[in-house]
Design a protein around this ligand. Structure first.
Ligand SMILES: [Zn+2]
Length: 276
């Protein structure tokens, strides 16, 4: 079964559907979900939801878009306490987004970089891997990761990777995992598809990033975790392998990076020990 390593059931569009989505996970072939925070409130909500639902985990972090408003010592302290829940498996999504720098609401580069570095250090202190968002900011992302490589020992993932294929090796050498979502099914997805071809199988993860990025033929609709099977099928086609094999590998990769999923299953879900 598949692990959706990056979804936003805490998004206001998905909140009304979250209970139904979790109830249908088994039927939809989904073993686990990681509900990812992007500011303080969505992080808290992700943790509360994970704490009360089986097979739902949380990542907490402050997205670059919210770095102005949410990156405060007080929030970091509260989030560090939240991270003590065994259901918190990663710190993220954090990173750099230079897509709309001319929009006054977008935090300037210096603020984004400061927030990124602070959170890389914090994740390291808390023993958590990192989920990284990178948009139009390749050079600065690489520089920050290189300068802070001593804090990357718990691993990290480039989420919704759309960087050029030439950089896959560079990120992989730094220890990166790469997750791919609905974008690989789009007609104009050449860059993503080429990158996916380069990604080593033992570093590959699947995600939906729902409610965004619904795969073809649902492009433009609200995305949901159930569509991750379409992502898996497309990824298997690109990697020229059986879809069941690709799912087995990516699920194992998710448990290797997000070690608390594995630990949770050992501690609390004896019936699933077979997966470990
Ligand atoms: Zn996301």
């Amino acid at each position: 079964m598949i692990i959706d390593t990056h979804c936003h059931l805490n998004d206001e569009r998905l909140i009304p559907h979250a209970e139904r989505i979790v109830q249908d996970m088994q039927k939809d072939g989904i073993e686990a979900l990681i509900n990812v925070g992007y500011d303080f409130l969505s992080s808290k909500q992700a943790v509360d939801f994970a704490n009360t639902h089986d097979n739902v985990y949380a990542a907490i972090g402050i997205h670059p878009d919210s770095s102005y408003t949410d990156c405060s010592e007080g929030n970091y302290e509260k989030m560090s306490i939240l991270s003590q829940s065994e259901k918190v498996v990663a710190w993220g999504e954090i990173g750099l987004d230079y897509f709309r720098l001319d929009d006054p609401k977008t935090p300037p580069k210096a603020i984004q970089k400061g927030a990124f570095i602070e959170q890389i250090e914090l994740a390291s202190m808390l023993g958590l891997p990192i989920a990284i968002h990178m948009r139009d900011a390749i050079e600065d992302t690489i520089e920050i990761l290189n300068d802070n490589s001593m804090f990357l020992g718990n691993g990290f993932v480039m989420h919704c990777y759309s960087g050029p294929k030439e950089l896959v090796k560079q990120f992989a050498d730094m220890g990166s995992y790469f997750s791919f979502g609905g974008a690989i099914t789009f007609k104009n997805a050449k860059r993503n598809v080429e990158a996916l071809k380069e990604v080593p199988l033992d570093r590959l993860l699947l995600e939906t990033d729902c409610p965004y990025m619904a795969p073809t033929p649902h492009r433009g609709e609200m995305n949901e975790p159930k569509y991750i099977s379409l992502v898996a099928e497309k990824a298997a086609e690109i990697k020229e392998m059986e879809v069941d094999k690709l799912i087995e590998i990516t699920t194992n990769n998710a448990k290797t990076l997000f070690t608390r999923i594995k630990r949770w299953k050992i501690l609390f879900m004896n019936t699933e020990i077979v997966y470990i």
